[in-house]
Design a protein around this ligand. Sequence first.
Ligand SMILES: Cc1cc2nc3c(=O)[nH]c(=O)nc-3n(C[C@H](O)[C@H](O)[C@H](O)COP(=O)(O)OP(=O)(O)OC[C@H]3O[C@@H](n4cnc5c(N)ncnc54)[C@H](O)[C@@H]3O)c2cc1C
Length: 397
Amino acid sequence: MNAAPANDVVTDLLVAGGGVAGVAAALAAARRGCRVTLVEREEVLGGTATLGMLGTICGLYPNGGPEPGELLNGGICAEIVAALSGRSAGSVPCKVGKVFVLPYDPRHLQELLTELCSREPTLTLGTGTLLTGAECTGGRVGKVTVRHRGEELTLHPRAVVDATGDGELAALAGAEFDLSPPGERQLAGLTVLLDHVGADDALGIRVPFVVARGIDAGILPELYRYTTFTRGMNPGEGALKVSLPAATGSTPDEVLSLATKLVGFLSRELAALATATIRFAPTRIFDREGRRVAGDYRLTADDILAGRKFSDGVVRGAWPMELWGPLRGASYRYPPDNDYYEIPLRCLKARDFTNLFTAGRCISVSHEALGSTRVIGCCIPLGEQAGLAAARLCSEA
Ligand SMILES: Cc1cc2nc3c(=O)[nH]c(=O)nc-3n(C[C@H](O)[C@H](O)[C@H](O)COP(=O)(O)OP(=O)(O)OC[C@H]3O[C@@H](n4cnc5c(N)ncnc54)[C@H](O)[C@@H]3O)c2cc1C
């Protein structure tokens, strides 16, 4: 990060969090000429979508038809989809049940986000930078502090976008938020990428079955109950996704041990996984649900089920409310087929604040509605719209 004297960073807009939502917010504002500082605590961009090693972008297309149809949202979302498709022949929409998803390579997404940011002359990228404080006076976030390589830096931005996924900036500034109690919060997740997966088209069914059998026989602990398998984009690749409470693995060693125990068990039980090896296991477990910052409007399950439209609707969504509950695993409730709901701009502005916007996972929605709005295909346009709204405010100030 470039610091001015006395460790003050000069910027119009601070975006906290460099997941897909934060990057889209920063790009949108920088492209409007705004001086933007994007801070991300990790050394790389993309957040859950890259470090979590997911492999499919959900929420890009309407549901129900035989073909994926037009993208629900254009702009930066369309740009990213086109670029990913250009980088990998396997990045074409495919149908899973009633919905369409876009397979992608997380490494390609990570490279792409970095390239897009580096092309913007008014965007300062601060990876390896932790947001540590935010002060609010008279409904305005006036001062933000961050730590970069052991050095404390201070920013006085005109506007801020909280894209930390967990509403961290908003909470530090004293904004109101909703947070489901741990027992009701959606399960977090751990994705393990495999190589040398043998031919077996039924692995998607066999893996959950043998895991359940192993748990019932007392060989595997209960926490593996919600394990799924999907094939990767290239031959021999696959991914195990385990949905489990966020507190399960708190150190990288614990998380790796969770992954190796599962792969060891599956390689003994299933011929197609007998020689499978772990290509990548994350060092932490990723949250599906965290703080949802109270906005001027709170999107609800009814809005989604009705395919509701709003006069200030800025983002279209169609992904079902996919809820990974601690007691019964995944449940799905769908918006109307071949239709979409809208997310109003009011969900992206923190209530009682004049210059605090939210993007991605931490916008103002109910617990159920988050099951739909949290997917990558929704978080990218949410970021873009928060960035545009913040840039408008900066240009007025
Ligand atoms: C197990 C699991 C499986 C999923 N599967 C899919 C799927 O298949 N398809 C799909 O479309 N979606 C999926 N999702 C949802 C989706 O990946 C995320 O909801 C989405 O990527 C969130 O993007 P975001 O930018 O809002 O937040 P995040 O990706 O959480 O990014 C927030 C960023 O802020 C940074 N940050 C946080 N605090 C600070 C701080 N104090 N200082 C600096 N930086 C900070 C974090 O490091 C992170 O990079 C899944 C999620 C999980 C957990």
